[in-house]
Ligand binder design. Structure first.
Ligand SMILES: [Zn+2]
Length: 319
């Protein structure tokens, strides 16, 4: 119900998964209604890049945001940690163009962030799904329907002898996110890794920050953290991308074979279908008030805090 920030500045250091470059990142407290924002401190300029679906500039392998040619790459795992822990307002400063990959999951972020949540005196706005909507593109299907909470079902399918299909469902709150989702790692197939490296991607990738699968199964000596770690990581990625809505979602999403590109397209479809949701606030006694979309859109226009209320940014289609 209440918005949250962090109690104090929190630092992380690591390497970018794709760039392979070292990066230092600082997460700082921020005022109510300001959302999650990124600032590159290595460029000597003040461009602020919002965690907003309007700022997505690339969804190949990871979700990259940009504004005025200032890029912030691989945002999804930190955004998932913030969203999963219900942290609404922070300023994230970094000195490179990609966030640190840490161990390939959101685990290292949540371990520190969960002890540093700070309640703020402003209520959260939420996007409440009121009518079923289904997004389809190729083999991907993402459906959302009304639910009195935030629930995700993820279904993955691989054309692989060892890893075939997996499904996982979770109702996300702080506890379930930390226990069931946050530590699920990113994964990739060995044959793709070589191709990616040849194309200047995955340069920071290693068995320390990704589950690697070859023809016989999992290459990592330690094996998997969960038997269905792949389906759980897909939930992690979806939670992170949904943070780009700028407010929590109330509903049940079922995603089959989704990735970053489809997540963003799904959010754009949601934004365009205003009859499928309403904007609500909850009071202390659990009473729900429905906000006027037109009024909220004019307020959001100045701050760009609720990007789904604003007209879409014209841009070339995402790869
Ligand atoms: Zn991921």
């Amino acid at each position: 119900m209440w918005q949250h920030t962090v109690k104090k500045e929190i630092s992380f250091a690591g390497v970018g998964l794709h760039s392979g470059k070292p990066v230092k990142m600082r997460i700082k407290p921020a005022a109510v209604h300001t959302g999650i924002r990124f600032k590159r401190v290595d460029l000597g300029q003040d461009t602020i890049v919002r965690a907003s679906m309007r700022r997505v500039s690339d969804t190949t392998l990871a979700t990259t945001l940009s504004k005025n040619n200032v890029f912030v790459g691989t945002t999804e795992h930190l955004l998932a940690a913030l969203c999963g822990l219900g942290i609404d307002n922070v300023m994230v400063e970094l000195d490179s163009d990609e966030l640190p990959i840490m161990d390939g999951s959101a685990g290292p972020f949540v371990q520190v962030l969960k002890k540093n949540r700070k309640e703020q005196k402003a209520r959260r706005l939420m996007m409440k799904i009121t009518k079923e909507m289904t997004f389809k593109a190729g083999a991907t299907e993402i459906q959302v329907k009304p639910f009195a909470g935030f629930k995700i079902t993820s279904k993955v399918q691989f054309d692989h002898p060892v890893i075939k299909s997996q499904s996982y469902t979770v109702e996300i709150d702080q506890d379930s996110f930390v226990k069931e989702i946050a530590s699920a790692r990113t994964f990739g197939f060995l044959e793709q890794v070589e191709y990616l490296r040849a194309n200047g991607k995955a340069l920071g990738g290693s068995l320390e920050n990704a589950v690697v699968i070859d023809q016989d199964g999992v290459v990592n000596a330690e094996g998997l953290r969960f038997a269905d770690e792949f389906a759980r990581h897909k939930i992690l990625d979806l939670v992170g991308d949904l943070a780009l809505l700028g407010c929590p979602l109330l509903g049940h999403i079922t995603a089959c074979r989704g990735g970053h590109t489809q997540h963003v397209a799904f959010m754009r479809m949601l934004a365009a279908n205003q009859d499928c949701w309403e904007l609500v606030k909850h009071s202390e006694d659990g009473k729900e008030s429905v906000m006027d979309k037109m009024r909220m859109a004019s307020r959001a226009a100045g701050k760009m805090v609720l990007p789904f209320l604003l007209p879409p940014v014209p841009r070339p289609s995402l790869s």
